[in-house]
Design a protein around this ligand. Structure first.
Ligand SMILES: [Zn+2]
Length: 83
């Protein structure tokens, strides 16, 4: 933690705040669909924030979201990869 000598404000890592106070930081993202370039909207699925394209229905999951979603729905529906 770095404290400013002028205003006594502090620079703190987000994860330090989270671990100290249990606050989950929400970062608002602006994403465009990789398929049709429409601005994606954020939805909550199983308590996990995902980005969905309102136009073509594509869903964007980042690495941690994908893992969380996978853990929250264990092995009931196996998604087959299309080749
Ligand atoms: Zn799209």
């Amino acid at each position: 933690m770095n404290i400013c000598p002028h205003c006594a404000g502090a620079f703190v890592l987000g994860r330090d705040i989270e671990s100290a106070f249990g606050i989950q930081m929400v970062v608002k993202r602006i994403l465009h669909c990789s398929k049709c370039n429409t601005l994606m909207s954020t939805k909550i699925i199983n308590g996990i924030e995902v980005d969905i394209c309102p136009s073509c229905g594509m869903v964007w999951l980042d690495k941690s979201e994908l893992a969380k979603l996978w853990i929250s729905k264990p092995m009931q529906k196996t998604v087959q990869a299309r080749k």
